[in-house]
Design a protein around this ligand. Structure first.
Ligand code: MLT
Length: 255
């Protein structure tokens, strides 16, 4: 099982992902928010690469059952129902809703990897569930770090390293690229207190300045969710074995 880590989205173009298994990580905060929304019963998340497209897509969806969420420079976008705080995506707000979702780096990285044969979303919050699923699939895979403005991001790389270490607990036949080995080394050096590490990163400091300390605390929690979001038909849903999605599928049929 070969594992490679792409530190930023500029390393590969869209076609690079064709037919591959890919995991996208944007710990602060897009991947953590996606996990929270699906965990709390959202029907699906529609990741989009531009604000304009978010508005256009939402216009074609049924009123009341669709919300637009996301951020620009960490702040909620005017006219959007939700920002990009995982704490906003509570069951009361998101259950059974389709959420059109735009974020500065995270959703762009997901859209870029759309040609993958299997595309999954990982955060610290669901890292063990993703590790178990990848070990079960037993495919070579790529980890796409969303990064920050096409630059390296410490938190995404450390999460990638930790994901690899989790898989190493289950499987012994891993072959790591140099970037994968570097991610594991970084996660062993800096990943002991995830909250401290996150709050000292460039993006963590920006979030703190903008009053999002509670989000950093939430994003630092390990394994509070057992769900694995996956990309199918241009939307993110729960893997079928994550029970809730079966409920949602039944709802689709009933509607
Ligand atoms: C992003 O996609 O850049 C982020 O999730 C930014 C954030 O809201 O913290």
């Amino acid at each position: 099982m070969k594992i490679n880590v792409l530190f930023t989205p500029v390393i590969a173009d869209d076609l690079y992902f064709t037919g591959k298994t890919t995991v996208v990580i944007d710990v602060l905060r897009a991947s953590s928010t996606i996990v929270a929304a699906l965990q709390n019963g959202a029907k699906e998340i529609v990741p989009v690469g531009t604000v304009e497209f978010a508005v256009k897509v939402s216009g074609g969806m049924f009123g009341g059952q669709t919300l637009i969420g996301g951020e620009r420079n960490t702040k909620k976008i005017e006219g959007f129902a939700l920002g990009n705080s995982p704490l906003e995506y509570t069951e009361d707000v998101v259950a059974r809703k389709s959420i059109i979702f735009y974020t500065t780096n995270g959703t762009k990285a997901i859209v870029k990897a759309k040609f993958s044969a299997g595309l999954f979303i990982c955060a610290f919050n669901n890292i063990s569930a993703v590790a178990k699923h990848l070990a079960m699939l037993d495919n070579d895979f790529e980890i796409q770090c969303a990064g920050r403005s096409n630059n390296f991001s410490m938190e995404d790389t450390i999460c990638a390293g930790k994901l690899i270490s989790e898989i190493e607990k289950i499987k012994t036949d891993l072959s790591l690229s140099d970037s994968a080995k570097a991610s594991v080394a970084l996660s062993k050096s800096f990943g002991r207190s995830i909250y401290k590490m996150l709050s000292e990163t460039e993006h963590g400091k920006q979030l703190l300045e903008n009053g999002f300390d509670d989000d950093i605390k939430f994003c630092s929690k390990l394994n509070i969710s057992e769900i694995v979001p996956y990309f199918i038909g241009n939307v993110l849903k729960l893997l079928p074995e994550n029970g809730l999605s079966l409920t949602n599928e039944k709802d689709n049929i009933a509607n």
